[in-house]
Structure formats: structure tokens, C-alpha cells
Design a protein around this ligand. Structure first.
Ligand SMILES: [Fe+2]
Ligand SMILES: [Fe+2]
Length: 165
């Protein structure tokens, strides 16, 4: 019988490979390749951070789906992988960090909708409000809450990895 730690590790590995299955069309885009080359939170890249958000979000989604929800796993993964694409090329687009924080959520949402035109307004808001409470307007769906929380968890991980280095 496996320990709790082993089960969690197995779940994490499965989620990681499922992220690349669901997100194949995004990770192969030029903008995601650029995201993998752009430093983020000092020690990681925008692409790696987004993949980390996707793994955390997918695991949260699965926990909720095993109890009360019927969330679309693929949608959650796609929102996570695209939630920060607006940051790509930040030094050419934005004049300072504050402008980056304020503008990248809606810029990311616009890019996501160009890459995934079949998605709806709910998907747009999942991305455009991921920086809540900085965005003032809160997420309007469970998927939006998941992405917002997973983003903060991944950011803490990124920053603490930097601090530990
Ligand atoms: Fe962000
Ligand atoms: Fe993020």
C-alpha cells in the first residue's frame, strides 16, 4: 500500500503529463516558446511558471471534481497555460512593473482568445481577473478562483525557490 506522499507524487506526475496532453496546441505556439525563454520571478520563466500553475490548478480541479464539481479539466489547463502570455515581451510593452501588473491580465486574455477562438467570455474573465485583488474585479467562476489561487501558490513556490538558492 502506498504512502500518502507516494500517492501525491504519483498524482503530481500524472497531472504534469496531462497538462502537456491538454495543452499541446498552446505549448507548441511561438508565443509559448518565447514564454519559455523569458525570465519570470527571477529564477523561472513565464512558460515554466505557467506549466506549474497548470499542474496545481489541474490537481485542484480533480479534487473538486471527485466531490462536488463538474469542471472541464482541459479548459482549466488552457487558462493556466495562457494566463501570463501578456507578459511576453514586457520590457517592450510596459514601462514599469506596476503597468505590467495592471495590464498583463487583460492582454493575456486577449492573446488566449486569439489562440483559442472557441472559448467564451467566462474563459476570458478567468484569465483577465487572475490577479485579483489587484484587478479589483473578482473572478466570476470556480475555474477563475482556481487559476487565481494556483497562480499565487506557484508564485510563492517560484520566489521561495529563488530565496533558497
Ligand atoms: Fe499574472
Ligand atoms: Fe502567473
Amino acid at each position: 500500500m502506498s504512502t500518502r506522499k507516494e500517492r501525491r507524487e504519483a498524482e503530481r506526475k500524472t497531472a504534469y503529463s496531462d497538462v502537456f496532453h491538454y495543452g499541446k496546441d498552446i505549448v507548441e505556439t511561438d508565443i509559448f516558446k518565447k514564454a519559455l525563454a523569458q525570465t519570470h520571478h527571477k529564477k523561472t520563466t513565464v512558460g515554466d511558471h505557467s506549466a506549474c500553475v497548470a499542474v496545481i490548478a489541474l490537481r485542484m480541479c480533480r479534487r473538486l471534481n471527485s466531490r462536488v464539481c463538474h469542471l472541464d479539466e482541459r479548459r482549466v489547463v488552457l487558462a493556466a497555460l495562457t494566463h501570463d502570455l501578456g507578459i511576453v515581451g514586457r520590457h517592450e510593452k510596459y514601462s514599469n512593473n506596476l503597468e505590467t501588473y495592471i495590464r498583463h491580465p487583460s492582454d493575456s486574455a486577449k492573446i488566449a482568445m486569439r489562440l483559442l477562438p472557441e472559448m467564451n467570455k467566462k474563459f476570458y474573465r478567468t484569465i483577465s481577473r487572475h490577479m485579483f485583488p489587484l484587478t479589483i474585479l473578482p473572478p466570476t467562476s470556480i475555474e477563475g478562483i482556481i487559476i487565481s489561487i494556483a497562480d499565487k501558490m506557484a508564485s510563492v513556490k517560484d520566489i521561495s525557490a529563488h530565496a533558497a538558492a
